[in-house]
Every structure is written in structure tokens, then in C-alpha cells.
Design a protein around this ligand. Structure first.
Ligand SMILES: [Zn+2]
Length: 430
């Protein structure tokens, strides 16, 4: 996600980064690790509900454990079963679900957990929109936005980035809607009741904060392909396809530059972007980047904001590698994604605009970081002690980390610095 560098001139009082009672955060042990999710849900955009079954495949890393613990906020639980359809013992307090098998797992054993549930218009994570009184022109959609820990409001999961299951989506909705999700579309099947089911599969591993779907009445612009992988953009019917081309049309060129710069091909089966109202920024969901539709440009706005949309576009695309492909084990190491994505913005300017623009971008990054450090707080770039993981997404993380990466590049020289990119091609990340 990008951060905006506002020009606020007020001087806030210096304070500590975290409250005095803040605790250290660590990723959970994975003695039972969710390795695959089948997300089989029906989205009713009139009633604004999601209902169905999520089947989690759980692999045991050692012998002995019997219980798996999932985040699941405000679910109406209908059933908790094992892979054979037998009821499992479970506890649920409205936030965490603990399902327990009678027999312990053997080391290396794999079992399935099926959760039937329903959520209606969650407070966050899954957002619905429909026309109604006073909002007759409101668009139809249901779409997700998670960073950092909001998938749990509609998806039963370990909602932290060291858990990265592969995904199958079977999403059913009214047939007039476009259905998008991470990965490749394998099939769309119509039903007699006027609905359809889209089956998307993501064969690469995906943490919960990058899991995404979007369903709605969308316009679409197909923008060719990159190495055989389709590129397309989507927005609500308020816009024309030409708006999408004007806004995101440099995407193919950026993909060509970035894959060459990093020496690593696009690891995912498509590069789609969608824009909806109220999304507040942009988010690098695997193969399905989301945007606030304030960034969908008409001719007048393009004169002022094309540079900004390009900057955000390359930032989210950089996350394809720094964040999506190489995932931080926990949010304490979010520099691995945000510092890098911010620094890649400067590299894009250096190679494609001018050295002056890149130098100015570095100056802006340094100024933004130093202002926060002088006027708000100073913190280590990597710290486990925070109030909430979202608190880490500050100017220390984005421009502060980018400045450190630039310093490393200058100390090491381009040849050594860029040689590190070879690590991106390693199979270890799959
Ligand atoms: Zn970002």
C-alpha cells in the first residue's frame, strides 16, 4: 500500500512510538499449518451477505497436536466439521475459533477442516455497495481489502503473514456481475437461478492480507499481455474503459521494465487492477491490485495526477516481488515490502524520467522521514513492540527504509547491490 506524504505544517509534540503497555508481537507457531483454502461462498449483493463453506487443509509439522486456532470475527457459525463431514468439537468467542480433533495428528499428516458460516456486511475487510434511498446511483459491488489484519472479518484463517496457503475460490453471485479473485480463472459455470460460479485458483502461496476478491457491475479494459499473461483494469460503470486506459495504461511498459530490472519474470498468472470508491489508496493483492477510484482519471485530472498514479502503479507492482513473492514472516519486518516498493519508485524515475526526478524523489523521501523522526517519534525500522501492526506503516517504514536501501546501494555499488536480485528467482519462495 502506498503512503501519502502530506504537507502538514503543524508540529505535533514528540511522543513514543507505542503506548507504555504495548507488548512484543511474534508470529504464531505452525505445528499445525494451514496449507490450502477452498473458499466456496455465495455473495448476495442485495442482502450484503457471504455464506458458504471454507475448507482448510491443515498439515502437521510434528506429532501430537489436536487443535487448530483460526481468526474469525463476528461469524454466524453453522457447522464445524472434519473432512469426512463429521462434527468437530470447537470453541468460539466471536473472535477466535479453536477446532479440536479427538485423535492427535501424526507428523506429516494432513487433514481438512470445514467451516460453514455466514457473515452480513462486516464492519471491515469485506465491503458492500448497492443503490438505495438517497444513493440511487451507488454502484453494485462486494470487494475485500485486508491490510494488515482484516481478512478475519469474513474469512476463517490465521490472519498473519507467516501462514500462506494456496487458494481455490468458488465464488457464486448474480450472473450479471464480474467476479475477480487472486490467481487464474479456471471456469465460470451458470446456474438455473440466474447466478454463476467462478472458480479461481492461485497455485502460489498467499498470506491472508493479500487474499482478495471483487464482484460487481464493472467496466473492463483489456491491455494486452505480458509474456502471455493477461493485463486488465476494472472500475464501476461510472467510468468508461478509456478512463482505465488513461490511468493505468503504462502498466505493460512498467512490467517490462521491472521484470528486466529485477531479472525475475512475473510469478503470477495475470496482472489485473480494479478501482472502487472508498478504498482509500491502493493495495498489492496478488495478481489483483485494488485502488480507490479517485485515481481513475478524466482528461482534466490526468494533467495533474498522471505522475502520481504512475508512482503508485510502480509501487504496487514492485510489491509483486517485495511483499507478494518474498513475504515478510511477520509485520515487524514490513520494511521488506514497503521500504523496497518505495525505493523502486525512485529507480523507475531514474531509469525512465530523469536523474533529477530520482534525486528529488530521494530528497522528498529523506525529508518526510526526518520530519517524522524530528517531530513525532523515533523508532527502529524493525520493532516487535507496537500497538497494532498498522502502526508500523509510517514514514520510518516507507521513505525511511527507502533511504537506507539507497545508502546500501551507494555503499555496495550497483553491481553488487543488483546482484542480490538473483535471490528473487529462487524456488524457495514458492
Ligand atoms: Zn506499499
Amino acid at each position: 500500500m502506498p503512503i501519502m506524504h502530506d504537507a502538514c505544517g503543524c508540529r505535533a509534540a514528540a511522543r513514543d512510538f507505542a503506548l507504555s503497555g504495548a507488548e512484543a508481537h511474534y508470529p504464531p507457531d505452525l505445528e499445525l499449518e494451514p496449507t490450502h483454502l477452498e473458499i466456496d461462498l455465495r455473495l448476495d449483493l442485495v442482502e450484503q451477505t457471504a455464506q458458504g463453506t471454507v475448507t482448510t487443509t491443515v498439515d502437521a509439522r510434528r506429532a501430537g497436536p489436536r487443535a487448530v486456532r483460526l481468526h474469525a470475527v463476528d461469524f454466524e457459525l453453522l457447522a464445524v466439521r472434519d473432512g469426512g463431514g463429521r462434527s468437530l468439537t470447537y470453541r468460539y468467542d466471536g473472535r477466535v475459533l479453536v477446532a479440536t480433533w479427538a485423535e492427535p495428528f501424526a507428523a506429516g499428516e494432513s487433514r481438512q477442516l470445514q467451516i460453514d458460516y455466514r457473515v452480513q456486511r462486516p464492519v471491515t475487510g469485506l465491503f458492500f455497495s448497492k443503490p438505495g434511498p438517497g444513493a440511487e446511483n451507488a454502484p453494485w459491488f462486494a470487494a475485500t481489502d485486508h491490510e494488515t489484519e482484516r481478512a478475519r472479518h469474513w474469512l476463517p484463517c490465521v490472519d498473519l503473514p507467516n501462514v500462506r496457503p494456496r487458494l481455490d475460490f468458488k465464488l457464486r453471485a448474480d450472473a450479471r456481475f464480474t467476479i475477480l479473485a487472486n490467481g487464474a480463472l479456471l471456469a465460470e459455470t451458470g446456474h438455473d437461478d440466474g447466478s454463476k460460479t467462478a472458480h479461481y485458483r492461485l497455485e502460489q502461496r498467499c498470506p491472508s492480507y493479500l487474499t482478495c476478491f471483487a464482484i460487481g457491475e464493472f467496466v473492463r479494459f483489456e491491455d494486452g499481455e505480458h509474456q502471455g499473461k493477461p493485463i486488465a483494469y476494472f472500475a464501476t460503470k461510472e467510468f468508461e474503459p478509456s478512463h482505465l486506459k488513461r490511468s493505468f495504461g503504462r502498466t505493460p511498459e512498467m512490467l517490462t521494465w521491472l521484470t528486466k530490472k529485477l531479472g525475475c519474470e512475473l510469478p503470477y498468472p495475470k496482472y489485473y487492477q480494479f478501482a472502487l470508491p472508498g478504498f482509500g489508496g491502493a493495495m498489492e493483492n496478488i495478481s489483483l491490485v485494488s485502488w480507490d477510484d479517485v485515481f481513475v482519471l478524466d482528461e482534466r485530472l490526468a494533467e495533474e495526477w498522471s505522475w502520481l498514479v504512475d508512482q503508485i502503479n510502480i509501487h504496487e507492482m514492485a510489491h509483486t516481488y517485495f511483499g507478494d513473492w518474498v513475504v515478510c514472516r511477520d509485520f515487524a519486518h514490513a520494511w521488506l515490502k514497503e521500504s523496497w516498493a518505495t525505493y523502486i519508485e525512485s529507480c523507475w524515475l531514474e531509469d525512465n524520467v530523469s536523474r533529477d526526478e530520482a534525486d528529488y524523489d530521494f530528497f522528498a523521501n529523506a525529508s518526510a522521514y526526518i520530519t517524522e523522526a524530528d517531530e513525532r517519534y523515533k523508532r527502529p525500522i524493525v520493532t516487535r513492540t507496537f500497538d497494532h501492526s498498522w502502526s508500523l506503516y509510517d514514514r520510518h517504514l516507507y521513505p525511511g527504509g527507502a533511504c537506507r536501501l539507497h545508502m546500501l546501494r551507494r555503499l555496495l555499488g550497483d553491481e553488487v547491490f543488483l546482484a542480490c536480485r538473483k535471490g528473487l528467482s529462487a524456488d524457495v519462495w514458492r
